[in-house]
Design a protein around this ligand. Structure first.
Ligand code: AMP
Ligand code: ZN
Length: 115
């Protein structure tokens, strides 16, 4: 728990969020500014700042995150239509919250290239 980290505070229950799934390793909650009909954030409970801070010790965690992304898409009914998993890293990548997270977007057609 990092005391000045927004997502650590959500994980600790100190800031409210609409939690859609939780297990020992991660929490999934709704993005406060949704960019699609379904916009979930998949957030490891461990405070890792960015993708660049991942180590081999986190390999199982990242695999689990992707497995849960698929589970969420199936459970909430947008797997068949299709969806997108996005990780923004550092300033040019559009990262705003410095606690690793993966956006799971679904419920509409996505465009390419992304903005
Ligand atoms: P990123 O730009 O990849 O760091 O994504 C951060 C995301 O966190 C943005 O999509 C924000 O809308 C979202 N966000 C910021 N504050 C909250 C909050 N209190 N609850 C849920 N999502 C949030
Ligand atoms: Zn954190």
């Amino acid at each position: 728990m990092v005391s000045d980290c927004l997502f650590c505070k959500i994980i600790a229950g100190e800031i409210p969020a609409t939690i859609r799934y939780e297990d020992s390793q991660l929490v999934v909650f709704e993005d406060i500014d949704p960019q699609a009909p379904e916009h979930l954030l998949i957030v490891p409970k461990k405070h890792i700042m960015t993708t660049l801070d991942l180590t081999s010790a986190d390999n199982e965690l990242v695999g689990h995150i992707y497995q849960i992304a698929g589970k969420m898409a199936r459970d909430f009914g947008f797997a068949e239509d299709g969806f997108r998993v996005v990780n923004n890293c550092n300033d040019a990548g559009g990262q705003m919250v410095w606690h690793l997270h993966f956006h799971l977007l679904g419920g509409r057609d996505m465009t390419w290239p992304p903005g």
